[in-house]
Ligand binder design. Structure first.
Ligand code: PNS
Length: 162
């Protein structure tokens, strides 16, 4: 009997960075399917709408059949149950990420004991890359080539100019 292993990779992805891309590629090799799940968060003021963020993810993973982009609101574990995902994937770049990630993983385990959180490390060249810093650098006219996919870079500069 073959059991399909579905993983969720949740986040804000405002916007997708090469660090995210690296984790998604690794996840895609480990799981039967990886759903990149963009949080619909009414509190945050994002640079890109959820639809724009989904488009950027889809554009970047057209060639990988087992990567899907979707959005969710409410509790992550409820969305995971709805999508029959057994694993939550989160990227850890440095020890500074760990405390928040550890708290989230244990809270999610308390809420849904059968869902396992798996931490993955991006390639070391992306260990300092974050959506927040990429936006800040682009806003201030700095070079972000190679830190985000090409299409994301173009859209970022367009947004900054608007
Ligand atoms: O990219 P981010 O902003 O670090 O992602 C955070 C995210 C989306 C994974 C987290 O905020 C989340 O899961 N939110 C959904 C609401 C929820 O389930 N909260 C309880 C988590 S312990």
């Amino acid at each position: 009997m073959s059991v399909s292993r579905v993983a969720l990779y949740p986040g804000s992805f405002d916007p997708l960075t090469m660090g995210h891309v690296d984790i998604i590629n690794r996840g895609s090799a480990l799981f039967d399917k990886i759903i990149v799940a963009v949080l619909r968060n009414v509190e945050k003021k994002p640079m890109f709408t959820v639809e724009e963020r989904l488009e950027m993810i889809e554009e970047s993973f057209r060639k990988l059949d087992n990567v899907e982009a979707d959005s969710f609101s409410g509790l992550l574990v409820d969305y995971a149950a709805q999508r029959e995902a057994t694993t939550i994937v989160r990227g850890i770049r440095a020890i500074s990420d760990f405390e928040y990630e550890f708290q989230m993983a244990l809270m999610n385990r308390r809420l849904a004991p059968k869902i396992e959180t798996v931490f993955m490390m991006p390639a070391e060249e992306y260990s300092y890359v974050s959506s927040r810093l990429v936006k800040e650098v682009a806003n201030l006219g700095g070079d972000i080539a190679g830190l985000v996919p090409k299409r994301v870079e173009t859209r970022l500069y367009e947004r900054v100019r608007e």
